[in-house]
Design a protein around this ligand. Structure first.
Ligand SMILES: *[C@@H]1O[C@H](CO)[C@@H](O)[C@H](O)[C@H]1NC(C)=O
Ligand SMILES: *[C@@H]1O[C@H](CO)[C@@H](O)[C@H](O)[C@H]1NC(C)=O
Ligand SMILES: *[C@@H]1O[C@H](CO)[C@@H](O)[C@H](O)[C@H]1NC(C)=O
Ligand SMILES: *[C@@H]1O[C@H](CO)[C@@H](O)[C@H](O)[C@H]1NC(C)=O
Ligand SMILES: *[C@@H]1O[C@H](CO)[C@@H](O)[C@H](O)[C@H]1NC(C)=O
Length: 241
């Protein structure tokens, strides 16, 4: 069961991420986001389910035949409590006051009609000077024995590292993307934090950390690399004005 969820999620995130297109939602802490069902109107016997990746959990359902509309906002420790709004007309789902606990993949299923995946995340913004090293903090003090963590670079959907504590393995795929990460990645085997050394603008982009295990979560980071020259111009600008 667990494996199945994980499979579904990984498949969505790492391999089908291209299909998200407009369905990638970059949100700020506290924002609201509407996941669009793609329908303008529900039909007589439509049934809609909204599911969240952790445990393949149903968070909202509409059954037009039964004229019922339900949000399951007590699931997953109440992280969705008072945050879900369903549109009766279209079946779209609005999530309000978003936090990092809401990061991940959502699936909107209109039974017998469509199924739309969404990727939603709150990004931590990290700005780093060209040539410097940056450590992207996993936020973990220790990786548990039954956990696996994966780092991915979202720009071109490349999986860059995997630590599997149970299998006692740590893999760095630094040959991906024409070797742009070659010899630049360091993974802390205790915390799972990722260090990119001698960073260049080629490493700008979104990085996602997936923690799999009994307590699954996803963290997202937006890394931008600036060069000295821009810094210099900004400096002059600030002095001048
Ligand atoms: C998720 O749950 C739905 C509804 O119970 C089920 O139809 C679907 O097969 C499940 N998907 C996975 C990957 O377990
Ligand atoms: C929707 O409502 C109809 C009529 O009450 C019922 O037969 C059907 O099982 C319901 N579907 C789901 C998924 O609960
Ligand atoms: C938003 O969520 C945070 C964290 O759960 C909570 O402390 C805050 O009161 C919420 N804000 C609103 C406007 O609901
Ligand atoms: C979905 O299609 C199946 C097979 O055609 C049918 O038995 C089922 O009633 C349909 N469900 C809904 C909600 O339309
Ligand atoms: C973890 O890293 C430390 C320091 O680099 C090293 O001494 C240790 O052998 C590593 N442990 C494992 C299990 O790889």
């Amino acid at each position: 069961m667990k494996m199945f969820d994980r499979f579904w999620f990984c498949l969505c995130l790492w391999h089908l991420v291209g299909v998200f297109g407009d369905e990638m939602k970059f949100v700020k802490l506290g924002d609201s986001v509407t996941l669009n069902s793609g329908l303008t109107e529900l039909m007589d016997n439509d049934q809609i389910q909204w599911r969240f990746w952790i445990g393949n959990t149903s968070i909202a359902e509409i059954n037009v035949t039964a004229d019922s509309m339900t949000v399951y906002d007590d699931v997953l420790d109440g992280r969705f409590r008072d945050r879900l709004k369903l549109d009766k007309q279209t079946g779209s789902l609005t999530i309000t006051n978003i936090t990092t606990e809401h990061n991940g993949v959502y699936l909107g299923v209109v039974i017998n009609r469509t199924s739309i995946p969404f990727f939603l995340a709150v990004y931590d913004e990290i700005s780093v000077k060209k040539g410097d090293s940056v450590t992207i903090n996993s936020g973990l003090t220790e990786i548990m024995d039954n956990e696996e963590i994966q780092w991915a670079y979202m720009k071109e959907n490349a999986l860059i590292t995997v630590i599997n504590k149970q299998a006692d393995s740590m893999t760095v795929f630094d040959d991906v993307l024409d070797g742009r990460f070659r010899d630049r990645l360091k993974l802390n085997n205790q915390t799972g934090s990722l260090t990119i050394t001698n960073i260049t603008p080629e490493h700008t982009g979104r990085y996602v950390l997936l923690i799999l295990g009994p307590k699954e979560s996803l963290k997202a980071f937006s890394v931008s690399v600036y060069s000295e020259i821009i810094c210099f111009i900004l400096h002059i600008f600030l002095i001048y004005y």
